[in-house]
Design a binder for this molecule. Structure first.
Ligand code: NAD
Ligand code: UD1
Length: 338
């Protein structure tokens, strides 16, 4: 297939490009580099042994998006990774998040439709479940109350794309709800490169490990979990990327709107992850217990069986690989892609 990968210079998109090329697809990466650099694609090219076509496009700019479609052979599908994703920043800058994430998707879907490309795979998040109705979380779990604008944009975009399909059933929309993606490509060439101090657990751990940060703060040890720290469903980014390749099958059988959880189905606590990291890497991670982080919930992990049943996809890599690969990336690239 010929696939438009929006946000393909970013963390998850770049890993997806590797897997797409490996499976024989052709891609065009479109990104405005607001949170990434083209260096990631030079690294992807090293991994796959071929250059990766790229256009610098702001998806909110209709003329730029139009031009991109006109200059390309017809896309069979779009994998839509592009978007702003920092939860805390979205609370401080709600209009910027709504404007960027919603407008870019609306322009993209409109231009796609006009050019006869009606297949989209969207990067959604388990955050749309809010405090989930039940654990493990299945796809029929109702959406919950979402505490931040970032999460709201995910939920709204899911609805927008669902409505696009309702208006024109020729569309196929796959909504992939990621749990907690971590890790990096085993080559150590690409990985997560957060700007500023990381908000998420694994990049914080790796930056402590490499000496950029002094110690990890663990947000609460009095949750109703086996060791009192929060439990999450961490998934290796390479498994997540492979899930996108498998999701192409759903489009091929005209799935309409299809929702899949992408997770491992296994929860790890913060302390378990810290210990797994120290074991996998031999690097000590000093930590101290801090108050709970507002908005956090005690425990959530996925039921990923629908993706296994319908797409033949399941996560293969364990927490050891997640830790070892995240560390290889950070150790080889202490300043990220700089
Ligand atoms: P990322 O920031 O590394 O990648 C997103 C990319 O989108 C960046 O390269 C950025 O430059 C680009 N972008 C943003 N606005 C754009 C615009 N208007 N036009 C063109 N490009 C634009 O993030 P990521 O971690 O790779 O996440 C990819 C997607 O997955 C995002 O939609 C994110 O919300 C979603 N997601 C991520 C996680 C996670 O933990 N990383 C979890 C759930 C969902
Ligand atoms: C967070 C977002 C979620 C988003 C996801 C991926 C919140 C409330 N949720 O999920 O919307 O989709 O990131 O980007 O922000 N922790 C520490 N110390 C740290 C960092 C985290 O103890 O320095 C703990 C957290 O309390 C949590 C676990 O580690 O229990 C995982 O945190 P994190 O990596 O931020 O992911 P989520 O909170 O699950």
């Amino acid at each position: 297939m010929h696939i438009l990968v929006t946000g393909g210079t970013g963390y998850i998109g770049s890993h997806a490009v590797v897997e797409l090329i490996r499976e024989g697809h052709t891609v065009l990466v479109a990104d405005n580099l607001v949170n990434s650099t083209e260096e990631s694609l030079r690294r992807v090219a090293q991994i796959v042994g071929q250059p990766i076509p790229f256009v610098n496009v702001d998806l909110r700019e209709r003329e730029q998006v139009e031009r991109m479609f006109q200059a390309q052979p017809k896309f069979d599908c779009c994998m839509h990774f592009a978007g702003l994703k920092a939860v805390g920043e979205s609370v401080a800058q709600p209009l910027r998040y709504y404007e960027n994430n919603l407008n870019s998707t609306i322009v993209l879907a409109d231009v796609m439709g006009k050019h006869g490309c009606k297949n989209i795979i969207f990067s959604s998040s388990a955050t749309v479940y809010g405090t989930p109705d039940h654990i493990p979380v299945t796809e029929d779990c109702p959406k919950g109350i979402i505490s931040n604008p970032y999460g709201q944009t995910k939920s709204m975009i899911e609805q927008i794309l669902t409505d696009v399909h309702t208006a024109d059933p020729g569309w196929n929309v796959v909504l992939l709800r990621y749990f907690n993606p971590i890790g990096a490509h085993p080559s150590g060439l690409i990985g997560e490169d957060p700007t500023g101090t990381p908000n998420n657990l694994m990049p914080y751990i790796t930056q402590v490990a490499v000496g950029k940060l002094k110690e990890l703060g663990i947000f609460g040890n009095d949750y109703d979990t086996p060791d009192g720290t929060g439990v999450r469903d961490y998934i290796h980014v390479v498994d997540l990327a492979k899930g996108h390749v498998k999701a192409l099958q759903a489009l091929e059988r005209n799935c309409g709107v299809a929702i899949y959880n992408l997770g491992t189905g296994r929860g790890y606590s913060v302390l378990e992850l810290v210990n797994a990291f120290m074991k996998a890497t031999g690097v000590n991670i000093p930590y101290s217990i801090k108050p709970r982080r507002p908005g956090d919930i005690a425990i959530y992990y996925s039921d990923p069986s629908k993706a296994k049943r319908e797409l033949g996809w399941e996560a293969e890599l364990g927490v050891e690989e997640m830790c070892a690969d995240a560390w290889r990336w950070q150790e080889n690239n202490p300043q990220g892609f700089q």
